[in-house]
Design a binder for this molecule. Sequence first.
Ligand code: IPM
Ligand code: MG
Length: 320
Amino acid sequence: MLRAAGADFEFQEYEVSADQYMRTGQPIPADVWPELAKADSILFGAVGDPRVNDAAYLAGVLLRLRFELDLYVNLRPAKLYDDRLSPLRREDRRKIDLLIVRENTEGLYVGMGGRFKRGTEEEVAIQEDLNTYLGVTRILDYAFGVAQREVVMVDKSNAMTHAGALWQQQWKAVAKKHQHIKTRHLYVDAAAMQLVRDPTQFEVIATGNLFGDILSDLTAELIGGMGVAPSGNINPETKRGLFEPVHGTAPDIAGRGIVNPIGAILSASMMVRHLGHTEMASAIEGAVESALRAGECTRDLGGTLSTQEVGDAVTKRLRD
Ligand code: IPM
Ligand code: MG
């Protein structure tokens, strides 16, 4: 598909899989890691396998890539390509085109904490929420930098007062540097409600790691479901990037040729946009939009095509 869009990058494929983890005990093989660490961009399939249902696998693959490559911005755009795909009935509520800017290296994802008195009825489990001045500031800076109209900052500073105070403080400081961008604040619960009530009110949402994870599943549903939502994990300074659909591996439907490839295709278009190929990215998005509007899609979106056929439908439009 990227070839059809005119990409002349050098591609290298590496196997990072549950099979190989079960064989070797290494989430990412030792000889593969340095290759991934030096790539300009990584196009990632998805992670998750019922046979390796342990957090160590996830931490060793996706979270390791995000953390060790310092891909601190997680971009989760939600753009509605075809009205038919949205659960929102009111036409004026469907012009959805928003971006979630999710902090990607801190928060509740850092794995700090522990379980004490394990195995007893007095057990205590602690999961720390890490928020650093640098981490909070740089994600807000990024969000204000990409916004054209407005940044909505989402936190839970009424209940999570320590972390919330740092977010509030840095949000105000960063907003001051971007006087031409409007800004407002929503608590995460209210943000969830507003996203369903009228998602067209949002342009850029800036938030922490866990809230961004949750809200981006919600926005995925607004635009047609997990099958269509793309994401990018980037570091704006090093320019490194890892691009992946928001969905997981869907092992229950694997191998049947019915998986929706749109989320992966749109992730590839985010990748080429990040690499500076703006026209190529727009061409891919246009081809996806046209295929969707023609009903050339998988069953989850009401079509009849297989994964391969949807890929072909998009590729054909890129070649024409
Ligand atoms: C996502 C996923 C991951 C996350 C999981 C697989 C750890 O849900 O990319 O949204 O929570 O970040
Ligand atoms: Mg998620």
